[in-house]
Every structure is written in C-alpha cells, then in structure tokens.
Design a protein around this ligand. Structure first.
Ligand code: SF4
Ligand code: SF4
Length: 305
C-alpha cells in the first residue's frame, strides 16, 4: 500500500492532498500544477515530487529558506591500511562491486554487506550515503517543499516519501488546508510514494495514443490504492478523435473529467517568462482553469474564502 502520513491530530485529518500525475512526460502536468498553485493561494502548501527532473521551481521561482541532505542506501568503504589483498571480497561480491585489484566500485556496489562481513582483516565497513537534498522554500503562492536527487543516485521513491512527510509536517505547522503535489511521470516508486495520503489524484492527459495508453496504466495504479481520481484533458484541441476516445473511456470507467484546456502556443512563452499561464494572461485558459479549481474545491470541500 502507499504509505500514510495522516497522523492523529485534527488538523491532519482535515488537511487535503491533491497529487497531480501524468503517466507520460510532456502533457503539461507542471503547467497545470503551477496554475493550481496560483488559484489555491493562500490555502495550499506546494510539493514538487518529481525529484529526478524537478521543474515546478522554474515556474514558481522559489527562495530556499533551508536545505538538508537526504541519506539513503549503503556503500562499502575500504580502509587501505588494513587490506592485505587476500581477494575474499572479490570472490564473494555478486554485483561486480570489487575490481580485480580489490578496490570498491561505488557505481556497482549494492551495499549488501557481504564483503564487510567476510573480510578477514575488517578492512571494509558499510557507510550510509547521501543521495539528495530536500529544500524548504518560499514562493509567491505559498510555501514549497522540493528536492533534488544527486546525479547517479537512486532511491527516488524514498526521497519522495521524505518530501511528502515534510510537506505534511510543514502544512500542519503552517496550518495549510491543502497540499498540492506535483508527481513524476510513469508508474514507478516515486509515483507510488507521491500517492501517499492523496485525497484526490488528478491525471493530466493529452489526446495522443501514447498519453492515453500511459493514462490507463496510471489509472490502474491509482485504483490499486483505491484513491479518488479525476482527469484533466490538456491540449484538448490537438486531436479531436483522441479527445473523444478519452471522454468515452472516462465515461465507461465512471471517471470524472474536471475540464478541458485548449492547446495554445503562448504556454511556452509563459514558461520562458517563469509565469503561470494565468499570470501571463493567456486567453482561453484562465476561465477553464478557474472552473476546474472550483470543481476541485467542491469535491474536497475546501475553504475558498
Ligand atoms: S577481503 Fe578485505 S583484506 Fe581481502 S582483499 Fe578484500 S578488503 Fe582486502
Ligand atoms: S557491499 Fe556487497 S555489493 Fe558492495 S562491494 Fe561489498 S559485496 Fe559487493
């Protein structure tokens, strides 16, 4: 099951979390999340859980107020002064983590600990490794928790879990009613971690066959965790047949479509300007986005005062 960070306090129980997913990259998920961030201000705390390729900060231009290193996984580390080159570690490692001259290869070591256990001279120890950084930040729409995985580091699912945990802790402290999570594409560990505690999962889809295929996989995942879900059709005007396919599929599956957003080239100018599409004043997007936000507010019974 997706982990739960609800806690026991009344504030935790009242707080809602929207997790925005896309299945496939490039559907406009972060553009949509940025608009939601603006429309929800000041009741929401924002969380960028696309830790492999974070880009919500490009729109929100955050000012980091604190940072902390994230530690996960272990790596074998050798004390050269103790090594007698007996070769035991090379014989036992099943991950090509030891070179022919008995050096540890950090890119192959899986941290299983066999070499440390077997080394007759106690020359190897396992050390916990830093693999990313979590930031607390301020934005013009409210607080933001975001993170970055170190280059080549793994465990993005664990890092996302940390971001979600910190988001709930800070939302509790700051008395924010809502957390808006920008998830990553796909259906892997970081996506599952971003589903933790979601009150509503919104899948942003564009009318293309690959996006529809990936939307269906994401829906299967969300349904596995029995979470409420809804769909937004972005770039709805680029392919009428596929748009109709999405609508029919959602009707057949009983999935709410919150709204449709037309494809407008100026979206990219807004991104270059580091503005939301509403701030940039793109005609044709503001009203449908407001309608979508109103529907979300009603579904989640949010305070819109
Ligand atoms: S098992 Fe220990 S002593 Fe033997 S080669 Fe490996 S690190 Fe050196
Ligand atoms: S910890 Fe495991 S994977 Fe890493 S070098 Fe030692 S035996 Fe190989």
């Amino acid at each position: 099951m997706a982990p739960n960070y609800g806690g026991n306090s009344l504030t935790s129980q009242v707080r809602k979390q929207i997790t925005v997913l896309s299945g496939k990259g490039g559907t406009g998920k972060t553009t949509f999340t940025g608009a939601l961030a603006q429309l929800s201000s000041p009741i929401a705390l924002l969380a960028d859980c696309d830790v492999d390729a974070p880009n919500l900060h490009l729109l929100l231009n955050p000012i980091n107020t604190s940072s902390e290193r994230f530690f996960s996984g272990k790596l074998a580390v050798k004390d050269e002064s103790k090594c007698t080159s007996c070769g035991t570690c090379l014989d036992l490692c099943r991950f090509d983590g030891i070179s022919s001259d008995f050096e540890i290869d950090p890119f192959h070591c899986e941290g299983c600990g066999v070499c440390a256990w077997a080394c007759p001279d106690k020359a190897i120890v396992l050390e916990v490794q830093a693999s990313g950084t979590i930031y607390e930040a301020k934005t013009r729409f409210g607080p933001l928790i975001h993170a970055r995985l170190d280059i080549g580091a793994e465990n993005s699912g664990k890092l996302v879990s940390e971001v979600i945990q910190k988001s709930h802790d800070n939302a509790h402290h700051l008395q924010k009613e809502l957390i808006i999570v920008d998830g990553s594409p796909g259906i892997g560990c970081p996506v599952i971690a971003a589903l933790a505690n979601a009150s509503l999962v919104i899948i942003v889809v564009e009318p293309t066959s690959t996006a529809i295929h990936d939307m269906k996989r994401t829906i299967e995942l969300v349904r596995f965790f029995k979470l409420p879900l809804a769909v937004v059709i972005n770039k709805a005007t680029i392919n009428e047949d596929q748009r109709v396919n999405i609508i029919r599929f959602c009707e057949d599956e009983g999935i709410t479509i919150l709204g449709e957003l037309p494809y407008i080239m100026d979206i990219y100018r807004a991104m270059v300007n580091r503005q939301t599409v509403i701030e940039y004043g793109i005609q044709g997007l503001k009203d449908p986005l407001k309608e979508i936000w109103l529907k979300i507010s009603n579904i989640l019974d949010l305070n819109r005062e």
